[in-house]
Design a protein around this ligand. Structure first.
Ligand SMILES: [Zn+2]
Ligand SMILES: [Zn+2]
Length: 155
């Protein structure tokens, strides 16, 4: 994923359009819970001026994420717009965008993905998926973090 700065410089302030397709594996995201269903489509416009390249664009792909409540996998349409300015030195002839795209991608992943905002999650006592059935555990208003601690202490 490279942009030729020479071409941008000689475009004299005009915007050039680029499109790239990157396989998720080549982004090296190191995100264990993220699988790519489709390659990442990168579309961007770039403009050179005063030692900087201004880029605006979008990242699109389909992901498989793991729900933070019920731990099931679900498909997630990823669509992120971005805008950035890259400083370029006089002697530079090209910009490699892979790192920028990786950073944008990771920063905009949902912090706690949910299969649905209504996901009921797992019962903290027996682990049953509460979206599928009621488990009959007594209602417990104990903080789930305390419950984890209690489990450890009971061992
Ligand atoms: Zn869920
Ligand atoms: Zn239960």
């Amino acid at each position: 994923m490279k942009i030729d700065i020479e071409a941008l410089r000689s475009a004299g302030g005009k915007t050039l359009t680029y499109a790239f397709t990157v396989h998720g594996a080549n982004l090296d995201t190191d995100e264990e819970d993220v699988q790519f269903l489709t390659p990442v489509q990168v579309e961007l416009e770039a403009m050179y001026g005063e030692g900087k390249v201004k880029v605006t664009g979008s990242l699109r792909t389909s992901l498989i994420l793991t729900c933070g409540r019920c731990l099931k996998s679900f498909s997630y349409p990823y669509d992120q717009e971005f805008e950035d300015e890259i400083q370029v030195a006089e002697e530079e002839t090209g910009i490699n965008l892979t790192e920028l795209i990786r950073d944008i991608f990771i920063t905009n992943l949902p912090f706690k993905p949910l299969c649905s905002t209504a996901c009921k999650g797992l019962c903290p006592r027996c682990g049953v998926d509460l979206n599928e059935k009621q488990c009959g555990c007594p209602a417990d208003d104990m903080d789930p973090r305390l419950l984890e601690l209690k489990k450890l202490l009971d061992k």
